[in-house]
Design a binder for this molecule. Structure first.
Ligand code: ADP
Length: 371
């Protein structure tokens, strides 16, 4: 036999209690009732009901005060409270909701209305509780996934460095004895392991940043010099892809207190993505400026652009949009950028429209000196 849903009714008038109890018991609810607010609180504490029908005006303690007390008690605050009152004043209704009530019924009661409201709120309450359980379970699964990923990725570092080391040795000492085909294969293997090594490093930094376990090594750095070096590092790639990278910086130097390693990686990610998505013959603008006292860096490309509904999503972990391009990363690059910039107290975003290119930008608050 399934247990009946229990409802507590609190009203100082016994005739109201009798009427409501009969109505709800007939429908199959287990009803407890009390004409005293204080006794009702004790009853609720002893055995919490699924829902409370509460009279607004009572002599010893009014319904609003009872409701406030229920909402202040962690064990009882989730119980839905429906107020009953003879007054249909708007002000009373507002007070009822402010005190934590979920609904309001005016006397004289319409049986169908009372039953409909009670059933609806019980159903809503049950669904909310179920959602909370699912949500909690999801959080647990997410945290399990993260710790598993972290463990696997952490343990991949050793084997990867063995592969990298041996590949380097073969190329160094055996290159002359290898055919062109094998050398090409070795180059492909080395490119693959380099990418994998980068992804592993990125995942580990992301999980450290998420856990707040990465201490920033802040030092004053000239952002313009950092950007110039980065452009030079990407020269071979940009020449190969016939994409021109233009550095537009004002003022110069732009000294900002930052973690050089992290910000360099952020810029590498943004520039790398811009290069990946730029059509041959187009340009990329790397803009550096001071806006409202903060450094603002923007990487603008003339690639396919991103639809507005994905502007937030691209910064989430493991998010990759279908673009028809070969997937090379694992959707962590921009998630890493967001965490790294926010760890500096800055903001990151993208302005983009499909067909009109993308501008990924970020701000850094630690401007040290502008000359
Ligand atoms: P990954 O690390 O796999 O490269 P990112 O986090 O860097 O992933 O990027 C997530 C997704 O955002 C990419 O799969 C791509 O669809 C989109 N994206 C990033 N940069 C650009 C860009 N400049 N132009 C168009 N789409 C981009």
């Amino acid at each position: 036999m399934t247990e009946k849903t229990s409802i507590l009714i609190v009203d100082d008038r016994p005739e109201n209690l009798r009427l409501l109890s009969a109505m709800l018991e007939q429908t199959g609810y287990a009803v407890r009732s009390s004409t005293s607010a204080l006794r009702a609180l004790a009853v609720a504490r002893r055995e919490p009901p699924a829902l409370i029908l509460l009279d607004m005006r009572m002599p010893e303690m009014d319904g609003l005060a009872v409701c406030r007390e229920l909402k202040a008690d962690p064990a009882l605050q989730v119980i839905p409270v429906i107020f009953i009152s003879a007054l249909a004043e708007t002000e009373d209704k507002i007070k009822a909701f402010q005190a934590g009530g979920i609904d309001y019924i005016t006397k004289p009661f319409q049986e169908a209305e009372v039953l409909a409201r009670v059933t609806t709120h019980l159903a809503l309450h049950r669904q909310k509780a179920e959602l909370e359980v699912f949500n909690q379970r999801l959080k647990e699964l997410e945290s399990l996934r993260d710790s598993l990923t972290h463990m696997i990725v952490h343990d991949m570092r050793g084997p990867l460095s063995v592969i990298n080391g041996h590949l380097g040795m073969i190329r160094l000492f055996e290159s002359a004895n290898l055919s062109g085909e094998v050398r090409d294969s070795l180059s492909a293997i080395q490119a693959g392991t380099t990418r994998l090594t980068r992804m592993v490093a990125e995942m580990l930094v992301v999980s450290k940043l998420e856990a707040g376990l990465l201490n920033l090594k802040l030092k004053p750095r000239n952002l313009v010099a950092l950007a110039r070096q980065l452009v030079a590092d990407h020269q071979v790639d940009s020449d190969r892809l016939a994409v021109q990278i233009n550095l537009m910086a004002s003022p110069e130097p732009l000294t900002v207190s930052l973690d050089g390693e992290l910000i360099e990686r952020v810029l590498q990610n943004l520039l790398g993505n811009a290069l990946k998505f730029s059509p041959g013959g187009s340009a990329i603008e790397l803009q550096l400026a001071v806006v409202a006292g903060q450094a603002r860096v923007a990487v603008r490309d003339f690639g396919p652009g991103i639809a507005p509904e994905f502007h937030q999503k691209v910064f989430e972990k493991f998010s990759q949009l279908e673009s028809g391009k070969i997937r090379q990363g694992c959707g962590l690059g921009l998630a890493f950028c967001k965490l790294a910039i926010e760890a500096h107290g800055g903001r990151i975003g993208v302005d983009s429209q499909p067909g009109h290119g993308s501008t990924f930008w970020f701000t850094l608050p630690g401007v040290v000196r502008v000359t």
